[in-house]
Design a protein around this ligand. Sequence first.
Ligand SMILES: [Fe+2]
Length: 303
Amino acid sequence: MSPTDARDPRDPAAGAEAPADRRISRKTVLKAAVLAGATPLLLGGGAALARDLGPGGGPLDLTPECDDGDHPTIEQTEGPYFKPNSPLRTSLVTAGTPGTPLTVSGYVFGRACLPIAGALLDFWQADVNGTYDNVGFTFRGHQFTNAQGAFSLTTIVPGLYPGRTRHIHVKVQAPGRPILTTQLYFPGEPRNSSDTIYDPALLMTVQQVGSGKLGSFDFVLDVPQTPSPSGSPSATPTITPTSASPRPTQSPTSQPSGTWRAGTTYAAGDRVTYGGVTYRCLQGHTAMTGWEPPNVPALWQRA
Ligand SMILES: [Fe+2]
């Protein structure tokens, strides 16, 4: 972690309570439809979420914001403990896993504030003792946002290790777009004020729920979108294609065996050809249009 990664350490946790008159945006309503039971716990406190509007309905000052032209979620250092090939799973714990239960949920949005379905999120974190599993895949897992652009991770509150405040690492990628590597933070942590990497823009909203915690965070990716004319929360986002996103010239059904095909389930280590080039699968997934090997370096590496 170089000094260039350092950011002004500020901890706004004590003063980051949401305004009492915070308006409920259409995205909060959308959230309510997905997490009906937990929704009351998610409203009215903690750090800003991308789906919320600021006082008076205007945009919030802190990243992530979510209206046209605003800043996407900031990047942070990957750190030394990332491993590819994490398992596909939304829960990183079993019944006997020690630690304070934590569920982190939220949405992945593009620049037009529309949710992104099928976005890949790859999480990794320390265990309750502040140790990373660099041999196996404990507290490592990837998942994809659902049709509403939502994700949910079941885990524990990560332990502390020397030199850092409490955090969770994540890589987020919309289909066919670059990877965002960043970290999520917990409000009210004493070390937030001394960790040079910590950034308050990446604070989760965290609520105590029984003996566990419920965290929320929305990612805003630098993905151009065409806003829905109707503004309907159920509108399907349109990701603007880029010139760096080649498409197959053949129908998938006409491609020979061994050629990348949408709809195929691939495992880590599988090899495919695409556009005459051979690629090796880095982590298991079900392929979909837009995730052709050149587009998704998190999933495919040139062999
Ligand atoms: Fe870390």
